[in-house]
Design a protein around this ligand. Sequence first.
Ligand SMILES: Cc1cc2nc3c(=O)[nH]c(=O)nc-3n(C[C@H](O)[C@H](O)[C@H](O)COP(=O)(O)O)c2cc1C
Length: 224
Amino acid sequence: MNPDFLKIIHARHSCRAFLAEEVPRAMLEQILLAAAQAPSSTNMQPWEVSIFLGSAKSRLDQALTAAFEEGRGSNPDLHAYLEEWVEPYKSRRFGCGVSLYNAVGIDRQDKAARREQSKKNFNAFGAPVAMVFYQDDFLKPGSILDMGFFLQNLMLAAQALGLGTCPEASLVAWPEILHQSFGIPEGKRFLTGLALGFPDLQAPVNQYRTAREPLGSFARFVTD
Ligand SMILES: Cc1cc2nc3c(=O)[nH]c(=O)nc-3n(C[C@H](O)[C@H](O)[C@H](O)COP(=O)(O)O)c2cc1C
Protein backbone atom coordinates (compact mmCIF):
# COMPACT_ATOMS: atom_id res chain seq x y z
CA MET A 1 0.00 0.00 0.00
CA ASN A 2 1.54 3.30 -1.04
CA PRO A 3 -0.80 6.28 -0.54
CA ASP A 4 1.89 8.62 -1.92
CA PHE A 5 1.39 7.10 -5.34
CA LEU A 6 -2.32 7.98 -5.22
CA LYS A 7 -1.31 11.55 -4.33
CA ILE A 8 0.85 11.65 -7.45
CA ILE A 9 -2.10 10.49 -9.57
CA HIS A 10 -4.35 13.18 -8.12
CA ALA A 11 -1.68 15.89 -8.38
CA ARG A 12 -1.08 15.40 -12.11
CA HIS A 13 -2.77 17.99 -14.23
CA SER A 14 -2.04 19.67 -17.53
CA CYS A 15 0.70 22.23 -16.97
CA ARG A 16 0.71 25.14 -19.45
CA ALA A 17 3.54 27.35 -18.18
CA PHE A 18 7.07 26.21 -17.43
CA LEU A 19 10.32 27.50 -15.99
CA ALA A 20 13.21 27.96 -18.44
CA GLU A 21 15.33 25.50 -16.42
CA GLU A 22 16.56 22.57 -18.48
CA VAL A 23 15.53 19.04 -17.59
CA PRO A 24 18.60 16.85 -16.94
CA ARG A 25 19.07 14.11 -19.53
CA ALA A 26 19.24 11.46 -16.77
CA MET A 27 15.79 12.52 -15.57
CA LEU A 28 14.39 12.26 -19.11
CA GLU A 29 15.84 8.79 -19.47
CA GLN A 30 14.39 7.80 -16.10
CA ILE A 31 10.84 8.81 -17.06
CA LEU A 32 11.11 7.22 -20.51
CA LEU A 33 12.22 3.94 -18.96
CA ALA A 34 9.31 4.17 -16.49
CA ALA A 35 6.95 4.77 -19.43
CA ALA A 36 8.24 1.64 -21.15
CA GLN A 37 7.24 -0.47 -18.13
CA ALA A 38 3.67 -0.14 -19.45
CA PRO A 39 1.81 -3.33 -20.31
CA SER A 40 1.08 -3.99 -23.98
CA SER A 41 -0.75 -6.66 -25.89
CA THR A 42 1.62 -9.70 -26.21
CA ASN A 43 4.42 -7.35 -25.07
CA MET A 44 4.47 -5.69 -28.51
CA GLN A 45 5.70 -2.40 -26.98
CA PRO A 46 4.19 -0.44 -29.89
CA TRP A 47 5.54 2.96 -28.89
CA GLU A 48 8.08 5.34 -30.37
CA VAL A 49 8.89 8.82 -29.18
CA SER A 50 11.04 11.70 -30.45
CA ILE A 51 12.33 14.08 -27.78
CA PHE A 52 13.04 17.65 -28.88
CA LEU A 53 15.57 19.64 -26.87
CA GLY A 54 17.73 22.71 -27.36
CA SER A 55 17.99 23.99 -30.92
CA ALA A 56 15.78 21.16 -32.27
CA LYS A 57 13.03 22.28 -29.87
CA SER A 58 13.43 25.88 -31.12
CA ARG A 59 13.19 24.70 -34.75
CA LEU A 60 10.06 22.71 -33.92
CA ASP A 61 8.50 25.75 -32.16
CA GLN A 62 9.20 27.90 -35.23
CA ALA A 63 7.86 25.40 -37.76
CA LEU A 64 4.64 24.69 -35.84
CA THR A 65 3.97 28.34 -35.01
CA ALA A 66 4.48 29.29 -38.67
CA ALA A 67 1.99 26.61 -39.76
CA PHE A 68 -0.51 27.90 -37.19
CA GLU A 69 -0.06 31.51 -38.29
CA GLU A 70 -0.50 30.70 -41.97
CA GLY A 71 -3.73 28.86 -41.06
CA ARG A 72 -2.52 25.61 -42.58
CA GLY A 73 -5.15 22.88 -42.44
CA SER A 74 -4.15 20.30 -39.91
CA ASN A 75 -4.52 16.64 -40.54
CA PRO A 76 -3.61 14.58 -37.49
CA ASP A 77 -3.88 10.83 -37.98
CA LEU A 78 -5.81 10.63 -34.81
CA HIS A 79 -7.78 13.20 -32.89
CA ALA A 80 -10.74 13.07 -30.57
CA TYR A 81 -12.87 15.96 -31.87
CA LEU A 82 -16.39 15.01 -32.92
CA GLU A 83 -17.92 16.34 -36.16
CA GLU A 84 -20.96 17.24 -34.11
CA TRP A 85 -20.61 17.77 -30.38
CA VAL A 86 -23.28 15.94 -28.38
CA GLU A 87 -23.90 15.56 -24.65
CA PRO A 88 -22.31 14.73 -22.29
CA TYR A 89 -19.08 15.52 -24.19
CA LYS A 90 -20.22 18.94 -25.39
CA SER A 91 -20.65 20.38 -21.87
CA ARG A 92 -17.47 18.82 -20.56
CA ARG A 93 -15.47 20.25 -23.44
CA PHE A 94 -17.10 23.65 -22.97
CA GLY A 95 -16.29 23.58 -19.23
CA CYS A 96 -12.66 22.79 -20.02
CA GLY A 97 -12.38 25.88 -22.25
CA VAL A 98 -14.20 28.15 -19.78
CA SER A 99 -11.85 27.16 -16.94
CA LEU A 100 -8.79 27.88 -19.07
CA TYR A 101 -9.99 31.29 -20.30
CA ASN A 102 -11.15 32.32 -16.82
CA ALA A 103 -7.76 31.39 -15.38
CA VAL A 104 -5.90 33.62 -17.84
CA GLY A 105 -8.53 36.39 -17.83
CA ILE A 106 -9.69 36.00 -21.45
CA ASP A 107 -13.26 36.92 -22.37
CA ARG A 108 -14.75 34.15 -24.53
CA GLN A 109 -15.90 36.79 -27.03
CA ASP A 110 -12.34 38.10 -27.44
CA LYS A 111 -11.28 36.09 -30.49
CA ALA A 112 -7.87 37.76 -30.82
CA ALA A 113 -6.93 36.94 -27.22
CA ARG A 114 -8.16 33.38 -27.65
CA ARG A 115 -6.05 33.01 -30.76
CA GLU A 116 -2.96 34.28 -28.91
CA GLN A 117 -3.64 31.73 -26.17
CA SER A 118 -4.06 28.94 -28.77
CA LYS A 119 -0.78 29.95 -30.39
CA LYS A 120 1.03 29.02 -27.18
CA ASN A 121 0.24 25.37 -27.92
CA PHE A 122 2.73 25.46 -30.74
CA ASN A 123 5.81 26.25 -28.70
CA ALA A 124 4.70 23.66 -26.13
CA PHE A 125 3.78 26.50 -23.75
CA GLY A 126 7.44 27.47 -23.48
CA ALA A 127 8.48 24.09 -22.07
CA PRO A 128 12.15 23.20 -22.54
CA VAL A 129 11.18 19.72 -23.79
CA ALA A 130 8.63 18.61 -26.39
CA MET A 131 7.91 15.00 -27.26
CA VAL A 132 5.90 13.39 -30.04
CA PHE A 133 4.57 9.83 -29.87
CA TYR A 134 3.96 7.54 -32.83
CA GLN A 135 3.72 3.93 -33.90
CA ASP A 136 3.61 1.95 -37.14
CA ASP A 137 0.43 2.92 -38.96
CA PHE A 138 -0.52 -0.69 -39.77
CA LEU A 139 -1.00 -1.51 -36.08
CA LYS A 140 -4.51 -2.24 -34.80
CA PRO A 141 -6.50 0.03 -32.43
CA GLY A 142 -5.39 -2.14 -29.47
CA SER A 143 -1.90 -0.71 -29.93
CA ILE A 144 -3.27 2.80 -29.42
CA LEU A 145 -4.46 1.63 -26.00
CA ASP A 146 -0.95 0.35 -25.24
CA MET A 147 0.47 3.75 -26.14
CA GLY A 148 -2.01 5.32 -23.70
CA PHE A 149 -0.57 3.27 -20.87
CA PHE A 150 2.95 4.34 -21.92
CA LEU A 151 1.93 7.99 -21.90
CA GLN A 152 0.23 7.85 -18.53
CA ASN A 153 3.27 6.11 -17.00
CA LEU A 154 5.44 8.85 -18.45
CA MET A 155 3.27 11.66 -17.05
CA LEU A 156 3.06 10.09 -13.59
CA ALA A 157 6.81 9.42 -13.47
CA ALA A 158 7.39 13.06 -14.46
CA GLN A 159 4.99 14.20 -11.74
CA ALA A 160 6.82 12.05 -9.18
CA LEU A 161 10.08 13.81 -10.09
CA GLY A 162 8.58 17.31 -9.74
CA LEU A 163 8.07 17.89 -13.45
CA GLY A 164 4.94 19.18 -15.19
CA THR A 165 3.43 17.80 -18.40
CA CYS A 166 0.71 18.65 -20.86
CA PRO A 167 -0.35 16.07 -23.45
CA GLU A 168 -0.70 18.05 -26.66
CA ALA A 169 -2.35 16.81 -29.84
CA SER A 170 -1.45 20.26 -31.22
CA LEU A 171 2.19 19.20 -31.56
CA VAL A 172 1.28 16.53 -34.14
CA ALA A 173 -1.19 18.65 -36.13
CA TRP A 174 1.11 18.71 -39.18
CA PRO A 175 2.74 15.28 -39.64
CA GLU A 176 4.58 16.54 -42.75
CA ILE A 177 6.68 18.87 -40.58
CA LEU A 178 7.71 15.96 -38.39
CA HIS A 179 8.54 13.77 -41.41
CA GLN A 180 10.30 16.34 -43.56
CA SER A 181 12.22 18.44 -41.02
CA PHE A 182 12.80 16.07 -38.14
CA GLY A 183 13.55 12.70 -39.69
CA ILE A 184 10.51 10.73 -38.50
CA PRO A 185 9.94 8.07 -41.21
CA GLU A 186 6.75 7.83 -43.26
CA GLY A 187 4.36 5.02 -42.32
CA LYS A 188 3.93 6.17 -38.73
CA ARG A 189 0.69 7.07 -36.97
CA PHE A 190 1.13 10.10 -34.70
CA LEU A 191 -0.88 9.85 -31.49
CA THR A 192 -0.07 13.00 -29.59
CA GLY A 193 2.71 15.28 -28.42
CA LEU A 194 3.63 16.37 -24.90
CA ALA A 195 5.13 19.46 -23.27
CA LEU A 196 7.45 18.76 -20.35
CA GLY A 197 9.50 20.81 -17.91
CA PHE A 198 9.62 22.21 -14.41
CA PRO A 199 6.24 23.83 -13.76
CA ASP A 200 5.84 27.55 -13.23
CA LEU A 201 3.75 27.20 -10.10
CA GLN A 202 2.89 30.92 -9.96
CA ALA A 203 1.52 31.22 -13.51
CA PRO A 204 -2.27 31.92 -13.56
CA VAL A 205 -2.81 29.24 -16.23
CA ASN A 206 -1.54 26.63 -13.79
CA GLN A 207 -3.93 27.61 -10.99
CA TYR A 208 -7.12 25.86 -12.13
CA ARG A 209 -8.05 22.17 -12.14
CA THR A 210 -10.55 20.41 -14.38
CA ALA A 211 -13.54 18.69 -12.76
CA ARG A 212 -14.39 15.02 -12.87
CA GLU A 213 -17.80 13.39 -12.94
CA PRO A 214 -18.94 11.53 -9.80
CA LEU A 215 -18.17 7.83 -9.52
CA GLY A 216 -21.78 6.76 -10.09
CA SER A 217 -21.83 8.41 -13.51
CA PHE A 218 -19.15 6.18 -15.00
CA ALA A 219 -18.89 3.07 -12.77
CA ARG A 220 -21.49 0.37 -12.40
CA PHE A 221 -21.02 -2.32 -9.75
CA VAL A 222 -22.58 -5.59 -10.90
CA THR A 223 -23.25 -7.75 -7.87
CA ASP A 224 -25.82 -10.37 -8.81
C1 LIG B 1 -4.48 13.07 -26.24
C2 LIG B 1 -4.59 14.43 -25.58
C3 LIG B 1 -4.33 15.57 -26.34
C4 LIG B 1 -4.40 16.84 -25.73
N1 LIG B 1 -4.08 17.95 -26.47
C5 LIG B 1 -4.06 19.16 -25.87
C6 LIG B 1 -3.62 20.30 -26.61
O1 LIG B 1 -3.27 20.24 -27.79
N2 LIG B 1 -3.58 21.50 -25.96
C7 LIG B 1 -3.95 21.61 -24.64
O2 LIG B 1 -3.87 22.74 -24.09
N3 LIG B 1 -4.35 20.54 -23.91
C8 LIG B 1 -4.41 19.33 -24.50
N4 LIG B 1 -4.80 18.21 -23.78
C9 LIG B 1 -5.08 18.34 -22.33
C10 LIG B 1 -6.55 18.18 -21.96
O3 LIG B 1 -7.26 19.35 -22.27
C11 LIG B 1 -6.62 17.87 -20.46
O4 LIG B 1 -6.00 16.63 -20.22
C12 LIG B 1 -8.04 17.80 -19.93
O5 LIG B 1 -8.68 19.06 -20.03
C13 LIG B 1 -8.08 17.33 -18.47
O6 LIG B 1 -7.32 18.21 -17.67
P1 LIG B 1 -6.07 17.73 -16.81
O7 LIG B 1 -5.07 17.10 -17.74
O8 LIG B 1 -5.53 19.00 -16.19
O9 LIG B 1 -6.53 16.73 -15.80
C14 LIG B 1 -4.76 16.95 -24.37
C15 LIG B 1 -5.04 15.78 -23.62
C16 LIG B 1 -4.96 14.54 -24.23
C17 LIG B 1 -5.22 13.31 -23.39
